[in-house]
Ligand binder design. Structure first.
Ligand code: PEP
Ligand code: MG
Length: 293
């Protein structure tokens, strides 16, 4: 019976109104991928690729990146996977890239900004993702987007990687979908423009809260301000989910708020269809949605 309950816990979640919610995992390593599967994740809503390279002395080349991703994708099998391209800078100083903390700080050349400024780095990563994707369901997602023009540039980069792989003759699979993190207040406020050029969006409540409250998430002295219940954050969530739903753009949440029981139900009530949480929280969130959703 215990076995049967575990199996059931691993199944899909439906709300009382019949709507299906995906409860997926935030991962940053092969061990996390195994933990996600063991805890019944319906997939991966955020693979933080910077965590695969954070402590390396030398930056991995395309073949090494392909091998690292293949190992993770093989654990996940046919579950949907969202791979976020490198989110370097700010609180993520990728050692091998030798980032200047002044230039690449919280308000500097970080996330997608850094990748668009270093197109070879982005092409290498996109090619590795596509090569590892064969036989899997993989989408790509850009971090730290502020305006729609950045999304358009990201889409062009994905297209370029796909064309170059097609010409090279190596096996690859183009991404299922191209999505965007909404974690900068400007992107939340103009979510209609972002949605118009994105296949899906995923709310990064950690950075969204931090930037909205002007409170560094790594600074313990301002931790009290990083409360997603704050009126400003709730209004932003209302507005941006409204834009996403109105445009028919699937909206996920991959920030910490998705795994907080006091917030998860409010998110799905706003039309969020996917909650991406730490693997350890998956059973808890599935149970919450099944019993109260
Ligand atoms: C976020 O900012 O909410 C997020 C999910 O991204 P990260 O925590 O990796 O910055
Ligand atoms: Mg973030």
């Amino acid at each position: 019976a215990a076995q049967a309950r575990t199996q059931a816990a691993h199944g899909p979640v439906h709300l009382a109104d019949g709507r299906q919610i995906l409860v997926v995992a935030n991962i940053g390593s092969l061990a996390d991928a195994r933990a996600a599967v063991a805890s019944g994740a319906d997939g991966v809503g955020l693979l933080r690729t910077e965590l695969l390279v954070l402590d390396r002395d030398t930056y991995p080349d395309e073949d090494v990146q392909t091998a690292d991703l293949t190992a993770i994708f093989d654990v996940l099998g046919d579950r949907p996977i969202v791979v976020r391209v490198l989110d370097a800078g700010g609180d993520k100083p990728v050692t091998a890239l030798d980032l200047d903390p002044q230039h690449n700080g919280f308000l500097g050349v970080r996330g997608l900004r850094y990748l668009l400024a270093h197109p070879d780095l982005l092409q290498t990563q996109l090619r590795a993702i596509c090569r590892a994707s064969v036989g899997h369901r993989v989408s790509v997602m850009a971090p730290m987007v502020s305006v729609a023009a950045e999304v358009v540039a990201f889409r062009a980069a994905v297209e370029q990687a796909v064309v170059s792989l097609g010409e090279s003759g190596v096996p690859f699979q183009a991404p299922d979908e191209i999505g965007v993190m909404i974690e900068v207040p400007a992107a939340a406020l103009a979510a209609d423009e972002i949605c118009a050029v994105s296949d899906f969006v995923s709310i990064g409540s950690n950075d969204l809260t931090s930037y909205t409250m002007a409170a560094d998430r790594t600074e313990t002295g301002v931790a009290d301000l990083l409360d997603p219940s704050a009126t400003a954050i709730q209004r932003l969530l209302d507005q941006l989910c409204g834009f996403a739903v109105a445009s028919g753009t699937p909206v996920a949440v991959c920030g910490e708020i998705a795994g907080m029981p006091e917030h998860a139900l409010g998110l799905v009530a706003r039309g969020v269809h996917e909650l991406s949480v730490a693997p350890v929280r998956i059973p808890l969130i599935k149970e919450l949605l099944r019993t109260q959703g």
